[in-house]
Write a protein that binds this ligand. Structure first.
Ligand SMILES: Cc1ncc(C[n+]2csc(CCOP(=O)(O)OP(=O)(O)O)c2C)c(N)n1
Length: 320
């Protein structure tokens, strides 16, 4: 299919990215002020999340990792229920029992969030096998980092998915960091997608800070999976602008590298493009940003008003 850049969705993508940015800023503040645990942001990676998720259909499923807020919000998750979850409240997506690191939301097709690095790869392959066996149409999108691509299960999962022709869209969000270790220290190759070529997969590498480019690549990937029934590997090159988790002073980060990527903040890039094209003016941009922060404020009020689960619920809906 032809690449459909500028397909009229840019404002929607920008809106989704601002919602994610505002949500993560609030999550950071909640961690600082109230010690809300498990805060791993994906600030700087919003374009990859909205670009891929916008290309998915209602039947498609998502498995993700510890930096999942963007994927969930892009999928239409309610910020209030997300915040309630991370604050341990009853109205959270998992009744306050998962925190930010293990959210699943069946109604959104979000099967799970894994904090076992690479865990989602094996599970996504299994979910895709079940889709195939049950004759279901949905593609399984699996988000993971460059660190996960160094795990043994990465190779096992990709190999099996290729051999069994499973409908998985593997999305490597290559944010250059693996906790406190730079990617350069754990892999010699520059191109992670090349690993998938070795398993016979179609692949693409895309600028992960350009939501329109990611969306176009993801649309093509999903269409290819639907047409061939085979897995596809998409590498989105981006950068983790904040620390591994909160709080993290990023003392180990090369400041020049960080500054260079800050200058490529995906929200600023898309805003500049829309302004230059005359598609939006400064007032409309301001209104769009304000609306994102207003929605997060409303969500936070909802979360604060939600009660904690009763003690009697401690061992319901849990498996270990
Ligand atoms: C199997 C396993 N090993 C180690 C960890 C500790 N850990 C948590 S996140 C992380 C880094 C993961 O890097 P990457 O997959 O690139 O994802 P990113 O954090 O960059 O989004 C590590 C080592 C873990 N959770 N699971």
């Amino acid at each position: 299919m032809g690449i459909r850049l500028y397909d009229g969705r840019a404002e929607e993508l920008l809106q989704a990215m601002w919602l994610i940015r505002a949500y993560e800023e609030r999550a950071v503040a909640l961690q600082a002020e109230q010690g809300v645990p498990g805060t791993c942001t994906a600030v700087g990676q919003e374009a990859a999340a909205v670009g891929v998720v916008s290309a998915l259909g209602a039947d498609d499923l998502i498995l993700t990792n510890h930096r999942s807020a963007g994927h969930l919000l892009a999928r239409g998750a309610d910020p209030g229920r997300m915040l309630a979850e991370v604050m341990g409240r009853r109205d959270g997506y998992c009744k306050g029992k998962s925190g930010s690191l293990h959210i699943s939301a069946k109604e959104l097709g979000v099967v799970l969030t894994s904090t076992i690095v690479g865990g989602e790869l094996a599970l996504a392959t299994g979910v895709a096998l079940s889709q195939q066996m049950l004759g279901r149409r949905g593609v399984v999108a699996c988000f993971f980092g460059d660190g996960a691509a160094c795990e043994g299960r990465f190779h096992e999962s990709l190999n099996l998915a290729a051999v069994w022709r499973l409908p998985v869209l593997y999305v490597c969000e290559n944010n250059q960091w693996q906790a406190f270790v730079h990617r350069r220290e754990t892999m010699l190759a520059d191109n992670i997608a090349a690993r998938a070529v070795g398993y016979g997969m179609d692949t693409a590498v895309v600028d992960g800070n350009d939501p329109e480019a990611v969306r176009a690549a993801a649309l093509e990937a999903v269409e290819t999976i639907r047409a061939t029934g085979r897995p596809y590997f998409l590498e989105a090159r981006t950068y983790r602008l904040r620390g591994h988790f909160e709080p993290d002073d990023q003392a180990y980060v090369d400041q020049d590298e960080l500054a260079a990527w800050r200058a490529r903040d995906p929200l600023a890039l898309l805003e500049a493009r829309l302004l230059a094209a005359g598609r939006i003016d400064a007032d409309a941009l301001q209104a769009l940003r304000a609306e994102a922060y207003r929605r997060i404020d409303a969500g936070w009020r909802f979360a604060v008003d939600s009660p904690y689960p009763a003690a009697a619920e401690l061992i319901t809906d849990v498996y270990a």
